[in-house]
Design a protein around this ligand. Structure first.
Ligand code: NAG
Ligand code: NAG
Ligand code: NAG
Length: 341
């Protein structure tokens, strides 16, 4: 099993040698073979992935031997899947990387232009980089600058980027939750549904920069950057930070704004492990909310209160319950006040 997957990997790496550079052309019909594998370790794979019946997206996922456990970390065309026939991703001579659908219309492109030949490289941190073939410090485009719902270790969330949740567990198109820096430099979560829109974290009724009765955030640092490191520390420029309960271990990690509006950091040892723990419960090393309900606010800092727990959600829920109840009552008061307005 391990040997065969290694042979497979070697084969794919061999393919990569003439698939990284112009003329590069990945075809949806050959989506099993037409992939780009990250170098040198093969941690990530980029290519076409199925998102529904005869619907494909170009994306990046954690390499895995079984296709059913594909964990997608980025997608180019999540809101506009392409047909399973005649769709292609091509690196044009002009320097543009384009995704065309069955009718040969451009569905997505990097909108790049270069007189010199470019190459497309996928690195082991999960970053897909379009760069000059000879002067490799000259980067024209990189997937890290255009996150979808996931932030990988070392990938910086900036004033220009945001995470947007998926619609549901099985539907990768853009959902209703957003994680970003607001105009006051505060790292926040927004629910933006068809009817209502509201910031639900940090607690909107708590003022910033007021430790104690405030939310502890600073509005003064305008750099607006946030990053998770590979050991499990997350820090944002508004002073929000946390360490995952497995902090310190060098693991595969991802911070995902899940379809339910919760922010979770998932970790695992390697591709052979699943992100889930025993008995089908997610092994989550950090999550921001115990049980978010649309615009009801429940900011629950789990990390400090759960030092040895290996992150089984069921246990976290019990620990967080009392606080949650208090917050719920608070929320109803606020909702009530809003009704009175
Ligand atoms: C995903 O959800 C969107 C929005 O509701 C919908 O238009 C699309 O058809 C769904 N995709 C799949 C594959 O079900
Ligand atoms: C390579 O690209 C970098 C970044 O665009 C640029 O600053 C540098 O001058 C280039 N080097 C050469 C030799 O062209
Ligand atoms: C603002 O935040 C950045 C990133 O966290 C940090 O490097 C910088 O020192 C901060 N600036 C101030 C004035 O605190």
């Amino acid at each position: 099993m391990a040997a065969s997957s290694q042979t497979m990997l070697a084969f794919v790496l061999f393919l990569l040698n003439f698939q990284c550079c112009w003329p590069l052309r990945l075809s949806v019909e050959n989506h099993e073979e037409d992939v780009i594998v990250s170098t040198p370790k093969g941690t990530f794979t980029a290519g076409f992935t199925s998102v529904g019946e005869n619907a494909y997206c170009f994306g990046i996922w954690f390499s895995s031997s079984s296709s059913d456990s594909k964990t997608v970390v980025w997608m180019a065309n999540r809101d506009q899947p392409v047909n399973g026939r005649r769709s292609t991703l091509s690196l044009l001579k002009t320097g543009d990387l384009v995704l065309t659908n069955a009718a040969q219309f451009n569905v997505w492109s990097t909108a790049t232009l270069s007189p010199n030949p470019l190459e497309l490289r996928l690195f082991d941190n999960g970053n897909l980089v379009l760069r000059d073939q000879t002067n490799t410090t000259s980067v024209f485009w990189q997937s890290f600058d255009f996150p979808t719902d996931t932030l990988l270790p070392g990938q910086i969330l900036t004033r220009f980027t945001k995470l947007v949740s998926s619609r549901s567990e099985s539907n990768y198109s853009s959902g209703f939750y957003k994680l970003f820096f607001d105009n006051d430099n505060v790292f926040c979560l927004l629910y933006e549904g068809p009817q209502v829109s509201s910031v639900y974290w940090p607690d909107p009724w708590l003022v910033s920069n007021n430790v104690g009765s405030g939310n502890g955030r600073s509005t003064y640092n305008s750099s607006r950057v946030a990053v998770l490191d590979e050991y499990g520390h997350f820090g944002a420029s508004d002073h929000f930070s946390f360490k995952t309960i497995d902090y310190g271990l060098l693991l595969q990690r991802r911070l995902t704004l899940d379809h339910d509006g919760n922010v979770r950091v998932y970790s695992r040892q390697n591709a052979q492990q699943s992100w889930s723990g025993n008995s089908n419960r997610n092994l989550v090393s950090f999550m921001e909310f115990v049980d978010p309900i649309a615009s009801v606010v429940m900011s629950q800092r789990l990390v400090e209160s759960v030092p040895v727990l290996k992150g089984i959600v069921g246990s976290i829920v019990r620990i967080g319950f009392k606080k949650k109840l208090k917050k719920l009552i608070m929320s109803f008061i606020v909702i009530g006040l809003n009704f009175l307005k």
